[in-house]
Design a binder for this molecule. Structure first.
Ligand SMILES: [Zn+2]
Length: 284
């Protein structure tokens, strides 16, 4: 009898969605404090995840990353990494492409030391020199090389994620990420829903609007890493992040549950953990 019950639970478990909530960077309440202290604080206020941000450069030493990783495992906080912003894998200048790859490689090394689930990066800008297809090829070639690097270094638990970006000048639409993920399945699409909303000039209004990119990119029920916040935009370009609109957030959560998506949602609102703790009850 017990066996029957367990197998029913197992059957259901395949298609339930587990949603974790976290923030990007150091909590507002701990301005100027260390990443390890941030991790412990997030656990105390009931959050699940932290995205370590390397804004300009990978400034964290390897030994610090190992130590933060220990603290995070103890505190049951999932870690991810955001690579530095100065990256363009489709630059007209080959040196910029090489420097960009180096920043991503270093972010991967630190992500590995942290035990992070994923390293997220902003991949590229379109240029006058290359068509959109050529831009796609340059990004794909660079990503294939980065996957080789990960294999050579034995980086297995930490994945590489290409973010959906919020400006018309940037590579990273749903279609481009879908194509890239189909060609290189180990490259993970990362949906920033605020970027998506800005890029499509405010197109996210219903559960179905949120479900469509999930079906395009996560039909295999693999774990979705994502960013969420309000957003100010004009003419399909993001202007700045705004506090979370809980009505919008509820639509996303419904779409995730209907599509049985496991997800980590990183709150990128200017109110960081203050908004994240308001989001948390919606996913429980
Ligand atoms: Zn980002």
């Amino acid at each position: 009898m017990l066996g029957d019950i367990v197998s029913v639970i197992d059957d259901h478990r395949v298609y339930t969605s587990m949603i974790k909530i976290g923030i990007a960077g150091v909590p507002l309440a701990l301005k100027g404090k260390s990443t390890a202290e941030g991790v412990e604080y997030l656990a105390r206020i009931g959050l699940d995840a932290l995205e370590v941000q390397f804004v300009r450069q990978v400034s964290m030493k390897e030994e610090t990353a190992v130590q933060v990783g220990h603290v995070a495992r103890e505190a049951k906080i999932d870690l991810s990494v955001h690579a530095p912003y100065m990256i363009n894998l489709a630059s007209e200048d080959p040196q910029i492409i090489e420097d960009s790859k180096n920043r991503i490689r270093l972010s991967l090394d630190r992500g590995h030391a942290l035990g992070a689930r994923i390293v997220v990066f902003h991949s590229a800008y379109y240029t006058k020199k290359y068509t959109k297809d050529e831009t796609y090829e340059l990004v794909t070639d660079a990503c294939a090389g980065l996957l080789d690097y990960m294999r050579d270094r034995g980086i297995e638990r930490t994945q590489l994620g290409v973010e959906l970006l919020g400006r018309q000048s940037q590579f990273g639409t749903v279609d481009e990420l879908q194509r890239l993920h189909q060609e290189l399945p180990d490259i993970r699409p990362v949906i920033d829903f605020a970027h998506l909303h800005a890029r499509c000039n405010g197109c996210l209004h219903t559960v179905e609007d949120y479900a469509r990119p999930l079906r395009a990119l996560f039909s295999d029920h693999s774990h979705l890493h994502s960013h969420f916040s309000g957003i100010e935009f004009s003419k399909g370009n993001e202007r700045r992040h705004l506090p979370v609109d809980l009505v919008q957030f509820r639509l996303l959560v419904s779409a995730l549950k209907e599509n049985a998506c496991d997800a980590t949602i990183i709150c990128e609102s200017p109110l960081l953990e203050q908004d994240a703790v308001k989001m948390k009850p919606f996913v429980e």
